[in-house]
Design a protein around this ligand. Structure first.
Ligand code: AMP
Length: 424
C-alpha cells in the first residue's frame, strides 16, 4: 500500500515509525512531516489543511490510504472533501468526517452527545452572549472551583478553572462579550469541577467494531511537580498504574460502548480514533472530553506498546472488519519525555542546532518541531523532540527516557525530569 500520513508533530513521527515497519506498506509519504519523519518515508511539502493539493498528490501517487494525525483537517472536513470528489472518494481516510469530528470541534455538541447516551460526565450548561445573565445566575449556584470552556477549538487554551465567583464572572464576560478566545468562545460551557486523577483511553473504530488501544497519562504543565503554564504536553506514560482491570472494564462499559453505539445509532459515520479524556474519581470514570484523533505525546508511548501490524489495523478500520484484526499489546511500560525550546510555552527560541541524538542508548527519538538545515537538525517548534523508552517496568522506562533526553543538547532546551514519578 502507498500511505499518506498528514501532520508534522511527535504523534506523526511515532505513527510514521510504526507504519514503516509494516510489510504491508510499500511507500509512506508524510505531509508535511519534519526532520525525523524523513527517516521513515518521504516528506511532502503540503500543509495538512491544504485539501486541494493533498487530493492532487493522493491521485498522482496512487495513495491507498490516508491517515490524518491532527484535529484541524478533520474538523475542517478533509474526509468529507475526499468523499465528495469523484477521483478521491474510494481512497479510505482514517479519521472521522466533520460531523463526527464535532466530538472534539464543539464541546457543546460532545456534552449533548454524552447526555443523550448516559455517559458519565461533569454537569454543565452552555451560555452565549445573549444568555450571559443566566450564566451569572448558574455560576452563583455551581460551586467552586468551576470550569469555563470555550465551545470550539482553541489550541488547548480554551479551558479555565476559576477558584472565585468574581474571577468566573469576569472570565465568562471576557469570553462571551470580548471574544477572549475568538469565535471558539462564542458559546461557553460552565462545568462542574471534577476532583480526581486524569488519564486518556484510546479507541480505534471502523464505525461498528472497536479496539481499545493502550491507555496513557500525560503531563500538561511546563514545570516540575505539575506547576506553571499549560503546554501541548511534556510527557506521557503507558500503562497507567491506577487504571486497573476493574477500572478499565468500567470505562469500556460506561463510556466506550455507549460512545461507539451512540455514533452508530445517530448515523454518524466514524472511522478513526476516539481519544477519551477521563477523570478517575474514586474509581469511577467521568468524561472530560473527546478528541477525534490520537493524543500527542500519548501516541509516542502508545505506539511503542503496540506489537501487531499497525497498517493491518488501519486497513481493518478502512474496510469495516476491525473485529477480524489482531491487536497485541506489550505488557512492558513506555515513557515519553518531551524536550522543548527555551521560552516555551511563551515566545520561544528557534533555529538552534540539535546535537547528541546519536548518543541516545535505549529510547526512540521522535521529532516534533525540527527541520533540516544543510546537514544540521535545527529546532523550529516549541515542542522539539519526544524521547520514548520501552522497558520492563515504569521506573526503568522513566529513568531511561530521562537519561536519554539528557544526552541531547541545544541552546535553551528544557525538559521535565519528574515525568511519571508521581505514579511510582
Ligand atoms: P479539555 O480541553 O476539556 O481537555 O480541558 C483541559 C484540561 O482542563 C483537562 O485536561 C483537565 O485537566 C482540566 N479540566 C477540564 N474539565 C475539567 C473538569 N470538569 N474538572 C476538572 N478539571 C477539568
Amino acid at each position: 500500500m502507498n500511505i499518506l500520513l498528514l501532520g508534522s508533530g511527535g504523534r506523526e513521527s511515532a505513527f510514521a515509525w510504526k507504519i514503516s515497519q509494516s510489510p504491508k506498506c510499500d511507500h509512506l509519504f508524510i505531509a508535511p512531516g519534519n526532520a525525523g519523519t524523513s527517516q521513515y518515508g518521504t516528506n511532502v511539502n503540503i500543509k495538512a489543511t491544504d485539501f486541494e493539493n493533498i487530493g492532487n498528490f493522493a491521485i498522482e501517487n496512487s495513495i491507498d490510504l490516508v491517515l490524518v494525525g491532527p484535529e484541524e483537517p478533520l474538523v475542517k472536513g478533509i474526509h468529507d472533501f475526499f468523499l465528495a470528489n469523484e477521483g478521491l472518494k474510494d481512497i479510505p481516510v482514517i479519521g472521522p468526517q466533520s460531523e463526527g469530528a464535532q466530538l472534539e470541534g464543539s464541546k457543546d455538541f460532545s456534552k449533548a452527545f454524552m447526555q443523550r447516551h448516559n455517559i458519565p460526565a461533569a454537569a454543565s450548561q452552555t451560555f452565549t452572549r445573549e444568555t450571559l445573565q443566566e450564566g451569572f445566575e448558574y455560576l452563583a449556584t455551581a460551586g467552586l472551583p468551576v470550569v469555563l470552556k470555550a465551545d470550539g477549538l482553541a489550541a488547548g487554551k480554551g479551558v479555565l478553572i476559576c477558584t472565585t465567583l468574581e474571577e468566573a464572572q469576569l472570565e465568562l464576560t471576557e469570553m462571551l462579550t470580548h471574544a477572549k478566545f475568538g469565535d471558539a468562545g462564542s458559546k461557553v460551557l460552565v462545568e462542574q469541577f471534577l476532583q480526581g486523577i486524569e488519564l486518556s483511553v484510546f479507541v480505534m473504530t471502523d464505525g461498528e467494531n472497536y479496539k481499545v488501544l493502550p491507555e496513557a497519562k500525560d503531563y500538561k504543565r511546563i514545570g516540575e511537580g505539575d506547576t506553571g503554564l499549560n503546554t501541548g504536553g511534556m510527557g506521557s506514560v503507558s500503562p497507567v498504574p491506577f487504571a486497573d482491570e476493574a477500572f478499565l472494564k468500567k470505562v469500556e462499559e460506561k463510556v466506550i460502548i455507549p460512545t461507539v453505539e451512540g455514533l452508530r445509532k445517530e448515523n454518524i459515520a466514524y472511522k478513526g480514533f476516539i481519544f477519551i479524556g477521563l477523570m478517575n474519581c474514586d474509581g469511577e470514570p467521568y468524561m472530560i472530553e473527546y478528541n477525534c484523533r490520537m493524543g500527542d505525546p500519548e501516541t509516542e508511548s502508545v505506539m511503542l506498546r503496540i506489537e501487531s501490524d499497525f497498517v493491518d489495523l488501519l486497513e481493518g478500520v478502512a474496510e469495516g472488519n476491525l473485529d477480524k484484526k489482531e491487536l497485541i499489546i506489550s505488557n512492558r511500560t513506555a515513557a515519553t519525555v518531551v524536550m522543548v525550546a527555551g521560552g516555551y510555552p511563551g515566545e520561544y527560541l528557534k533555529n538552534k542546532v540539535i546535537t547528541g541524538i546519536e548518543n541516545v542508548r535505549d529510547s526512540k527519538v521522535f521529532h516534533a518541531g525540527t527541520s533540516m538545515q544543510g546537514d544540521d537538525i535545527i529546532t523550529t517548534g516549541g515542542r522539539v523532540l519526544a524521547v520514548s523508552s520501552l522497558q520492563d517496568n515504569l521506573f526503568d522506562a522513566l529513568q531511561q527516557a530521562t537519561a536519554d533526553a539528557s544526552r541531547i543538547y541545544w541552546d535553551g532546551m528544557y525538559f521535565r525530569k519528574d515525568i511519571g514519578f508521581d505514579l511510582l
